[in-house]
Write a protein that binds this ligand. Structure first.
Ligand SMILES: Nc1ncnc2c1ncn2[C@@H]1O[C@H](COP(=O)(O)OP(=O)(O)O)[C@@H](O)[C@H]1O
Ligand SMILES: O=P(O)(O)OC[C@H]1O[C@](O)(COP(=O)(O)O)[C@@H](O)[C@@H]1O
Length: 321
């Protein structure tokens, strides 16, 4: 198993609320609610630790409400190396309706001072020699320059570590320019980067080609219920998800990234990697929180996940039987 470092610049407490239907402007009576420490790098770390890897979490953590995060790291066996800064971690609200629709209310996060980036760079430089791969995930907090994110990508890449980047907006733009090994945008994030709507898979493929041209080897596009497109120097694969009942899609992208990195670090065949990661992300949407590789029916989800080289010979876009 591998040593993995994840970087979360803007952690969040996810307040997940299940409700039959969201009626804006009215009193809504909710079902299950859950408050859980999260943020992209932290979610990825949880899945990787469950898969048996040794994982260190770094990034920034507001010290005013750090305790639930610290308890989670202890419970999940994650090495805590987050740089403490003054302020509160944000609370992100996730409203999951019975039909599977999720409304995300993601806050801007704490405001950081200039020295936060320097302290983080120093910490990263200390941690890099011990790790096999680096995941940088999530949005940038207020006051954190996107050039700072690019600097972190360059620092890790310069140390010879493959960087897996999952962010959005300006961070994705400067992050891609810094040349990470892999990126995992969802279709909306890729569309934002490309500067145009991606109406079909052909448009997605064209945008992926541009990401490669910018110097990124592995592009993993998560397309929600339409599965995953993974393009790498070895070729392109497409996956189709198994049938599942959706409760909440929050954390599905983080689970997918963790599943991909797991297989790549183990040197598994590409089809095995994408099948596993897709099945695990589909497992995730059945409940609140990250995907569970120990779900009793996980082997059945694996069997029902389809992967094919892309474009397929009979390029109908339909799920192969
Ligand atoms: N409705 C769904 N049914 C089954 N699997 C899903 C569904 N939504 C997402 N997934 C799985 O989770 C992955 C990540 O979800 P997606 O919504 O694309 O990413 P993100 O959470 O980053 O926005 C998808 O590529 C797919 O494999
Ligand atoms: O940093 P951002 O872009 O606001 O995203 C943070 C949110 O994304 C999540 O990590 C979930 O991400 P995914 O749904 O893409 O897996 C939440 O836990 C968190 O609230």
């Amino acid at each position: 198993m591998a040593n993995i470092l994840t970087v979360t610049l803007n952690p969040a407490l996810d307040l997940s609320v299940e409700t039959p239907t969201l009626n804006p402007g009215e009193v809504n009576r909710t079902g299950n609610t859950r408050l859980e420490p999260a943020g992209k790098g932290i979610n990825v770390a949880r899945v990787l630790a469950r898969l048996g890897h040794s994982v260190t979490v770094t990034g920034l953590l507001g010290e005013a409400n750090a305790a639930p995060f610290e308890r989670l790291f202890e419970a999940e066996g994650l090495q805590d190396s987050l740089v403490r800064i003054p302020g509160q971690n944000r609370i992100n609200i996730k409203i999951a309706e019975a039909g599977g629709r999720v409304t995300d209310l993601n806050g801007p996060g704490f405001r950081v001072s200039e020295d936060a980036l320097q302290r983080l760079e120093f910490r990263l430089a200390q941690l890099l020699p011990e790790c096999d791969a680096v995941v940088i995930g999530g949005s940038l907090p207020e006051g954190f320059p996107s050039s700072g994110l690019a600097g972190l990508v360059q620092l890790a890449s310069g140390a010879g570590k493959p960087v897996w980047l999952d962010t959005s907006g300006e961070g994705l733009r400067t992050g891609i320019e810094a040349g990470p090994f892999a990126v995992k945008p969802n279709t909306d994030e890729l569309s934002g980067w490309a500067g145009k709507p991606l109406k079909d898979i052909t448009a997605v493929e064209a945008a992926v080609a541009r990401v490669h041209a910018a110097g990124v080897s592995h592009v993993v596009v998560s397309m929600g219920a339409d599965g995953v497109l993974w393009s790498s120097p070895a070729g392109t694969l497409r996956s189709w998800v198994p049938p599942v009942t959706v409760v909440s899609t929050v954390c599905a992208g983080d689970t997918l990234l963790a599943g991909m990195l797991h297989g790549v670090l183990l040197g598994q065949p590409d089809e095995t990697i994408l099948t596993f990661a897709t099945a695990l992300s589909a497992e995730c949407v059945r409940h609140i929180g990250v995907g569970n590789p120990d779900a009793p029916d996980f082997s059945s989800l694996l069997q029902q996940t389809r992967v094919q080289p892309w474009p397929a010979e009979n390029n109908t876009g339909e799920m192969p039987l």
